[in-house]
Design a protein around this ligand. Structure first.
Ligand SMILES: [Zn+2]
Ligand SMILES: [Zn+2]
Length: 221
């Protein structure tokens, strides 16, 4: 039988994998032990291994049984992220179990939204946008959304999916975002140019459009 190195198999599957997945690729139990002892791979938790150079955020998420999400995942996907959400945010798919990690002073924000979470895999762009809408402001959400459109990362069906899951008062941003906006200007700049009243300091403003009339509602944080 051909020797399959654990490190090579991990690199092929995305740097984090369960033992069963590695065994299915021909990695033996002896090779897993050898590579782990030699520091070529890392044991994340029982039955889960990672490549030696795996991003620490991905490792931490895998310790909890999930993958990185929200603004961190958006940045990894190349979205325009104005403001990172504080703390560790992870995705567990729709029904994943949140596990404890062994790190001290750990506080995580878990996202459960549609889909099956896979260890080491960033959630789909549409999920990441829903997560950003939950944890960041309208401006950050809009900038991420429009940058995804500009890079053709969203299918029309994804926009319909988003419309079903986003709060109603964010729907106008879905309509305002454009794939063909001038790529030289940042998305948030276009939003501010259109709606200079939108977000200033402690004030967040939300807008609802009904029958062609804009209704503005101010919420003080
Ligand atoms: Zn989040
Ligand atoms: Zn943790």
């Amino acid at each position: 039988m051909t020797f399959i190195s654990a490190a090579a198999a991990l690199a092929a599957v995305g740097h984090i994998a369960r033992t069963g997945e590695l065994r299915a690729r021909g990695v033996t139990t002896r090779e897993l032990a050898r590579a782990s002892n030699a520091g070529e791979i890392r044991r994340v938790r029982r039955g889960v291994y990672a490549g030696a150079r795996t991003d620490d955020g991905m490792l931490h998420a895998a310790e909890h049984g999930g993958s990185v999400s929200c603004t961190t995942a958006g940045r990894m996907l190349g979205l325009w992220i104005l403001q990172e959400a504080a703390g560790m945010h992870l995705w567990l798919g729709r029904e994943g179990n949140l596990r404890r990690c062994t790190r001290s002073r750990c506080a995580v924000r878990a996202h459960w939204d549609d889909g099956d979470g896979v260890l080491g895999r960033i959630p789909p762009v549409r999920n990441v946008l829903v997560q950003i809408a939950e944890c960041a402001g309208e401006e950050t959400f809009f900038a991420a959304l429009e940058s995804a459109l500009r890079q053709s990362l969203l299918h029309p069906s994804d926009l319909r999916w988003l419309a079903r899951r986003l709060p109603r008062d964010l729907h106008w941003l879905l309509a305002f975002a454009r794939a063909d906006a001038d790529s030289r200007s940042p998305p948030d700049g276009r939003l501010r140019a259109c709606c200079p009243w939108l977000i200033t300091g402690e004030t967040r403003m939300r807008r609802r459009v009904r029958s062609g009339h804009a209704v503005l509602r101010i919420r003080l944080r």
